[in-house]
Design a protein around this ligand. Structure first.
Ligand code: FAD
Length: 286
């Protein structure tokens, strides 16, 4: 099913993300993660795309595994590893396996090797995907602005181009401070962009994960979360419980404020996604 239709039909949606294994590893463990995640009945499951494109086959295979569990899948793809030929092949394999949704991304610039430059921006990739088949295409957005953008406002101008190029929804970069998201949404709507925005929430269940993901993405870490990690970071079960509670609170506040589409960056941990979904089971059904 197309994600654009799911977003139209349901008031509140909860989706999850998984990532494929490294090249040279078996898919068996990832398939197990897919079926455990699918058993939670999220509205869709996204499958990320390795930066160099070398695991594109895994992304397509896992997206197909998601579909065969009866859940809509969203297969990611990046500009920096795509040219016309590889994109045509990738989209053909998605189509063959009943995958209707693609997240068009630029990808991070690779270190020590030249990126492919056929599609300079995600907007160019989105337009090409739309011209190549009947896919529902989404894109990424950044409540704090993309690190390369000169300002949040300039970044939102680029989002407008992305929407005009065929993106039907955006998923946000993770954020830990909902006020940043609300401020972004106000600016986004003022620019007259009328496509749904799905809020990306990453449950922080260990201290290293926060250091790694926040420093990579430049996401602001509010005092409340920093203190949780300082207090519980070296106590794994306590940190896990506190991280799930923090993410749950963020989601409840977002839905209470009308941000009804939530994407959980579940980091291949179905048990963590399960606890969050359990915590919001009544809210999800309203
Ligand atoms: P773009 O939309 O191309 O934007 C990149 C920069 O260019 C921004 O500063 C923007 O303001 C500017 N820009 C955009 N369009 C234009 C234009 N037309 N003219 C001028 N300037 C423009 N990476 C992976 O490798 N694999 C993944 O699976 C993956 N999944 C992701 C999922 C989500 C939800 C998010 C938020 C990110 C994901 N990423 C992934 C990371 C992403 O590839 C990087 O953040 C990358 O640096 C930017 O990608 P983008 O699609 O936002 O790029």
């Amino acid at each position: 099913m197309k994600i654009s239709d799911i977003l139209k039909q349901k008031e509140i949606t909860i989706s999850c993300e998984i990532f494929p294994p490294k090249l040279g590893t078996e898919l068996e463990q990832s398939r197990r993660i897919v079926s455990e995640m699918a058993a939670l009945k999220p509205d869709f499951i996204s499958v990320t795309y390795g930066a160099a494109g070398s695991t594109a086959g895994f992304t397509a295979e896992l997206a197909e595994a998601v579909e065969s569990c009866g859940i809509a899948s969203l297969a990611h793809v990046t500009c920096v590893s795509s040219d016309r030929e590889s994109l045509t092949d990738y989209l053909a394999s998605l189509k063959e396996n009943g995958i209707e949704n693609v997240l068009a991304l630029r990808g991070d610039m690779p270190q020590g090797r030249e990126p492919k430059r056929v599609y300079p921006h995600a907007s160019d990739l989105a337009a090409e995907i739309k011209s190549m088949g009947d896919f529902c295409v989404g894109g990424a957005c950044y409540p704090e602005g993309h690190p390369e953008a000169t300002s949040v406002s300039a970044d939102i101008d680029a989002l407008k181009i992305k929407a005009e190029s065929g993106c039907e929804f955006f998923t946000t970069q993770m954020f830990f401070d909902n006020d940043i998201m609300y401020s972004f949404m106000t600016k986004f709507q003022r620019k007259g962009i009328n496509i749904p925005v799905i809020a990306g929430i990453m449950p922080i269940t260990n201290a290293r994960q926060l250091q790694r993901s926040a420093s990579l993405s430049g996401t602001t870490v509010p005092r409340r979360l920093r203190e949780i990690v300082e207090r519980f970071g070296d106590k794994p079960s306590a940190m896990r419980q506190a991280g799930i509670a923090f993410a749950t609170e963020q989601i409840i506040d977002l839905i209470a404020n009308g941000v009804n589409n939530i994407h959980i960056y579940a980091m291949n941990k179905p048990d963590v996604a399960a606890e969050i979904l359990d915590n919001i089971s009544e809210i999800r059904g309203i």
